[in-house]
Design a protein around this ligand. Structure first.
Ligand code: HMG
Ligand code: MG
Length: 302
């Protein structure tokens, strides 16, 4: 067992979290959330996506949100870009990192980005080349690495294949995503091992949705493999509009509580993070989806 001593969390709540909200969330609330997250010590924040506003209206204010940020030195701001049109719009907002997002499942690729896996790689290639030439980091997300809402179980070899395709076009890092949260620790370890056939340990991350309550266990299982980078979502916000019924990513508060309890450093102030989760949960008019968040808020009000 090789546990890391420090973990990097990429906060995806403003993007993965809010993209799934039916009611429009005003840009100023999104900006307020990012500011609270950076105040809490998050140094990597996925802010928004440059996708079609017809497909995902909630992200239609992408440029406004990026323009409204009071950027903090040392914080990296990422955005999703599915194609060149998205990249060309995104680059005007000066992201530090862009994310291309593919899938290990053909059916999910079709539903999510309206093309096959092979076509998605063709679309990503010029995006990756342009970003690298502009000095912008490139991350790839691989959806459905364990299971797919349309195809069921996904074999680890398919994760290796997509990781190889992403590596070949210059993607620097891949996130292994359990989009619908069906994974359990050994299955998620196998998906991660599949990505590690292609990418180094320092160039992979876990992105675990918590639909079946397994995401914290899956985080621990991959932490024990030495993985030290994870996408997490404040208050457990989120889901994917093309994976019906899937709930949010593992809550950032829960992961921070677990890591700090294990003596692993995150650089994050848990109390300030709880405040950020409370801010967005109040705006959305529902209790936080974070268990640690709930417990600490209850303790405060007792
Ligand atoms: P398409 O319809 O195949 O694209 O969509 P197209 O090139 O045929 O263009 C059709 C129309 O869309 C045109 O407009 C384009 O200009 C416009 P029209 O002429 O009809 O007015 N268009 C765009 N507009 C704005 N920004 C763009 C863009 N591209 C085309 N970038 C596309 C392809 C990918 C754009 C579409 O399928 C789409 O936007 N899908 C949404 C995907 C999405 O946001 N999914 C959720 C995020 S991924 C996720 O959550 C998973 C992740 O968290 C990991 C995990 O958990 O698994 C990352
Ligand atoms: Mg996701």
């Amino acid at each position: 067992m090789t546990l890391p001593t420090r973990v990097k969390l990429v906060e995806v709540g403003p993007r993965d979290g809010l993209q799934n909200e039916k009611q429009p969330v005003p840009a100023e609330v999104k900006i307020g959330l990012v500011h609270r997250l950076q105040d809490a010590g998050l140094t990597h924040i996925e802010v928004t996506s440059f996708v079609s506003p017809k497909w995902v209206p909630q992200m239609g204010d992408n440029a406004e949100v990026m323009a409204g940020l009071q950027r903090r030195a040392g914080v990296q701001y990422s955005v999703l870009t599915p194609n060149l049109k998205g990249y060309e719009a995104a680059v005007l907002s000066r992201p530090d990192e862009i994310v291309v997002f593919g899938a290990a499942s053909e059916a999910f690729s079709q539903r999510n980005i309206n093309c096959s896996i092979a076509e998605s790689i063709e679309r990503f290639a010029p995006v990756v080349a342009a970003a690298l030439a502009a000095g912008i980091r490139v991350r790839g997300a691989i959806s459905c690495t364990v299971g797919c809402p349309y195809e069921g179980d996904i074999a680890p070899e398919r994760v290796t294949q997509v990781a190889r395709l992403m590596k070949d076009i210059g993607v620097q890092h891949v996130g292994v995503a359990d989009t619908i949260g069906v994974g359990t620790p050994l299955k998620v370890q196998r998906a991660m091992e599949a990505a590690l056939q292609v990418y180094a340990l320092d160039d992979v991350s876990g992105h675990f949705h918590d639909t079946y309550g397994q995401a914290l266990a899956n985080t621990l299982a991959t932490l024990q493999m030495g993985v030290w980078q994870y996408d997490t979502s404040v208050a457990g916000l989120g889901g994917c509009p093309y994976a019906k019924g899937a709930t949010g990513n593992v809550a950032t508060e829960d992961v921070v509580y677990m890591l700090h309890g294990m003596g692993i450093d995150t650089g994050i102030d848990l109390d300030a993070l709880i405040d950020a989760g409370d801010f967005i949960s109040r705006h959305l008019g529902r209790p936080t989806g974070s268990r640690a968040g709930k417990a600490i808020l209850n303790k405060r009000s007792a």
